[in-house]
Design a protein around this ligand. Structure first.
Ligand code: NAD
Length: 490
């Protein structure tokens, strides 16, 4: 059955469908970055809420700034903005159609998006625009007001191009019209994602007008959140499984694990959906949850990604089936990462780590090693380097973290241990590849990328451990290097 509003009633019985009246939904949220994660996470929580009979004034309107997003929009337009979400692990597979998105503005049409943002019905603007979307200087972690896109938007706020230019233009309209500002709700994997979104919005405003910046600071809410659900990109494999197992023909389904988690601060300017009814945890301070998740899960992903990539392993669960990769993760987490994670209310950290190991091993989700290797230049400074900084501060060992860094460097050289070419897998690939090539003979060159390594790159003990790890990778290869690390003989 081709997925569409008209065909909802004739979907196979094993596909769950919305029980709410779609025509009765009204928009409450504009979402930037309609990718897979948004559709497996926020949209599913809202779908559950709408199914429970409440919150029907919080439907989603999609938005985006890149031309490339027109492809996704066209796919969704053909099926009336519906998405099939398939949850899978070894013992379970289920499919549901979510219908919480009721419109998707043309990507890049800033005027149309600003118009919608000035509608009082829109009370939340949410974001999944990737770690790289916030104009953060990686090493300092601070907003970079000299970024060309930000400078351009500051000079031309009538026709902004960045997400934050559009958000700010929308806020200005609301201020002029006397409408309560919307809440900006970041759902990206960044420590302090609300702070980072606020720094970008206020930082841009400051380039335009100091009083505007102060008004944003005093009147707009940017709650921090921890978001979690492993969600790979969609390929023909997923479309094929959906058609074969459920008989649904969906242009752009989402596959994900059954697990999902959302912990958020309860700071909203003009209300919010009653997400606590569907399992969202509202807390006073999300920082401990975020730190645990980003270090153990995202840091763990980075840990398995590069050795697996160098050993030509395709899927993440295959990486976890490899005894060396699995043991590397287990040892590095327990000896170096977990000791830097402060206590989290109601959580046993060791159990959290075991859960992560099980989730990474899920053989059905089809997550790829290449996806985990993507964008290290934006991810390492958030997922790994702060952990190294804490280990150095505490005088703890960091051999494993230095090896993780060396594995990333070795990967960016652009070939695997078998000599296979690694296609560019980072927005800064050209620079990374050149630096990784120089680092082969001069490891210090890698750590001299100050925008990525910051102070950590200047630490002598770290530099020594990194150089040792990298040399081992080049002379012994990944397998033997991991074997020695695991035997405490690297
Ligand atoms: P995706 O590639 O499917 O979607 C990303 C979307 O962001 C796309 O629409 C893209 O065009 C847009 N985008 C990218 N860079 C941007 C920029 N600079 N400005 C504005 N828009 C930009 O990726 P995804 O799987 O949906 O993941 C998106 C983000 O969600 C991740 O980077 C992460 O922060 C968060 N997240 C993802 C997962 C996951 O497992 N996929 C889990 C937790 C959190």
């Amino acid at each position: 059955v081709k997925l569409s509003q008209a065909n909802l009633g004739s979907l196979p019985a094993n596909v769950a469908r919305p029980n709410y009246e779609r025509a009765a939904l009204t928009p409450g949220i504009v979402h930037f970055g309609v990718g897979n994660f948004h559709r497996s996470h926020q949209a599913v929580y809202l779908d559950e809420l709408f199914n429970s009979g409440v919150g029907h004034d919080w439907a989603i309107v999609g938005a985006g700034v890149f031309d490339g997003e027109k492809v996704g929009r066209a796919r969704l337009a053909e099926q009336d903005w519906l998405t099939t979400v398939v949850e899978q692990d070894s013992g379970h597979m289920s499919a549901r159609v979510t219908a919480v998105m009721i419109d998707f503005l043309m990507p890049g049409d800033a005027a149309a998006i600003i118009e919608r943002l000035s509608d009082p019905a829109i009370r939340i603007v949410s974001l999944t625009i990737t770690e790289g979307g916030y104009f953060i200087d990686p090493a300092s972690g601070l907003f970079n007001p000299t970024h060309p896109d930000i400078v351009a938007d500051a000079q031309n706020l009538g026709t902004p191009k960045s997400v934050f230019g559009i958000i700010l233009a929308g806020l200005i309209r609301r201020r002029q019209d006397g409408i309560v500002p919307f809440t900006v709700m970041s759902c990206d994997n960044i420590p302090g994602n609300g702070h980072v979104a606020s720094d970008a919005t206020i930082g841009l405003a400051r380039l335009v007008d100091e009083t505007l910046a102060d008004w944003v600071r005093d009147n707009v809410a940017f709650p921090n959140s921890m978001v979690d659900r492993i969600t790979p990109a969609t390929t023909d494999r997923e479309r094929g499984i959906l058609a074969a197992a459920f008989g649904v023909d969906d242009n752009w389904p989402v596959f994900c694990e059954p697990f999902k988690q959302w912990v958020m601060e309860d700071r909203f300017t003009d209300g919010r959906p009653a997400l606590e009814k569907v399992g969202v945890q509202f807390v006073h301070d999300v920082a401990p949850f975020e730190l645990m998740k980003i270090r153990i899960l995202n840091g763990g992903h980075a840990t398995i990604a590069y050795p697996a990539g160098l050993m030509d392993i395709h899927f993440v669960h295959e990486a976890m089936e490899n005894p060396l990769v699995r043991a590397f993760l287990a040892k590095l987490e327990r000896e170096e990462i977990m000791p830097t994670v402060p206590p989290v209310p109601g959580v046993v950290i060791e159990e959290y780590c075991q859960l992560i190991e099980r989730r990474f091993s899920n053989p059905k989700i089809g997550d790829t090693v290449r996806r985990l290797c993507l964008d290290g230049s934006n991810r390492q400074p958030k997922f790994i380097i702060p952990t190294i900084a804490d280990r150095l501060k505490a005088g703890g060992g960091m051999t494993g973290l230095a090896l993780e860094s060396a594995l990333w460097c070795r990967y960016c050289f652009g070939t695997t241990d078998s000599g296979a070419v690694i296609e560019p897998n980072d927005p800064s690939w050209t620079r990374l590849q050149a630096t990784a090539t120089a680092a082969k003979d001069m490891p210090q060159a890698w750590l001299a990328m100050e925008d990525i390594y910051g102070e950590v790159g200047k630490s002598a003990p770290f530099a020594a451990a990194f150089a040792h790890g990298l040399e081992a990778l080049w002379t012994l290869g990944t397998r033997e290097t991991l074997t020695r690390y695991l035997g405490d003989s690297l």
